[in-house]
Design a protein around this ligand. Structure first.
Ligand code: CLF
Ligand code: SF4
Length: 307
């Protein structure tokens, strides 16, 4: 783990390192997406257990197939009741796995599928790092249950902290049973993301923020996002270049200069993770290495239901 991350995590002024914080960060030395030294050595099992989403990002196209390598895609859905057997087989197929992540194909907190999955796994493998990725809308109030379910690392996707920018990125949200659009939806989402990050960080989770870099929309806003999420307690940021699709299919992906400018702006505020592989929701193995999803997900029909 980058020593800077430890220092910033323990105390923003870098003056001391508490035992609590060092213990907390020693755990993620084996996390391929939180530790620069582990990204090509440690593996993650993604369990595609979350069936639906509570917001609509304009760049998102969820799909079920075997071919595409990108977030939002999986071969199907795995029920929480099937997760323990899946983990057991995954640890045999790929012993390097240190992390069980849930990152879709929908949002992990839109339903309780991900939480129930983590609870079942943590009961049997308390040393595995459970890792959740969420849009953050339903994050406030969940930190203690997440921690009790063995979730040590949390990723919140924050694409803007300015509602005028955020309202261009989302078509709407479903909040407290209501469909909400425009600036109101953007304000609610941003407020809940920042409140959720603050609460999760205070509870002891290590928080990373993913930001999708969208030219002409949020590409010059990354420094402000980084400053806001760092203030809320996030430790790490991952900038993901836009894959043009859905409503944003006609936008260009960011070029190398835009990406470097975003990395530079973010780096001034927070540590930046630069090894992201834009994983599928059912990825298995060391990111960037061989994917064992075909072995794991396609040979046992009883553990798998196409969604
Ligand atoms: Fe999965 Fe995400 Fe956890 Fe990693 S992936 S839920 S934090 S265990 Fe990692 Fe894949 Fe990039 Fe995500 S390389 S897409 S950052
Ligand atoms: Fe897609 Fe994730 Fe956005 Fe939901 S939060 S619309 S799953 S990218």
């Amino acid at each position: 783990m980058d020593d800077n991350i430890q220092k910033k995590a323990c105390c923003p002024d870098n003056k001391h390192k508490s035992k609590l914080c060092l213990g907390r960060f020693a755990e993620v030395e084996k996390h391929p997406c939180f530790s620069n030294s582990a990204h090509d050595k440690c593996g993650r099992l993604h369990i595609p257990s979350s069936p639906s989403c509570n917001i609509q990002c304009r760049f998102c196209r969820r799909d079920f197939n075997r071919e595409e390598i990108r977030p939002g895609v999986s071969r199907g859905l795995v029920a929480p009741e099937k997760a323990v057997e899946l983990v057991r087989r995954a640890l045999i197929v790929c012993p390097e796995i240190t992390v069980v992540g849930i990152a879709g194909p929908g949002d992990t907190l839109a339903t309780d599928h991900a939480l129930r999955t983590f609870e079942a796994i943590h009961h049997i493998w308390p040393k595995l790092i459970n890792c959740m990725s969420t849009n953050g809308l339903n994050l406030p109030g969940k930190a203690e249950r997440l921690a009790a379910a063995g979730v040590r690392t949390l990723t919140v996707t924050v694409n803007a902290v300015d509602p005028e920018i955020q309202k261009k990125i989302i078509a709407g949200i479903v909040y407290e049973g209501q469909h909400i659009k425009g600036r109101e939806a953007a304000e609610i989402l941003i407020a809940r993301q920042l409140a959720g990050i603050k609460e999760a960080s205070a509870t002891g989770l290590i928080v990373k923020v993913n930001t999708v870099l969208i030219p002409g929309v949020n590409a010059t806003h990354v420094g402000e996002i980084a400053a806001a999420v760092a203030k809320a307690g996030a430790q790490l940021m991952n900038i993901i270049p836009l894959l043009p699709q859905a409503d944003f299919s006609t936008l260009p992906p960011p070029n190398a200069m835009e990406l470097e400018a975003a990395f530079a702006a973010a780096s001034a505020e927070i540590d930046v993770f630069r090894h992201c592989k834009r994983c599928r929701a059912d990825a298995v193995g060391i990111p960037g290495g061989r994917d064992f999803g075909d072995v794991l997900y396609e040979q046992r029909e009883d553990t798998f239901s196409h969604g």
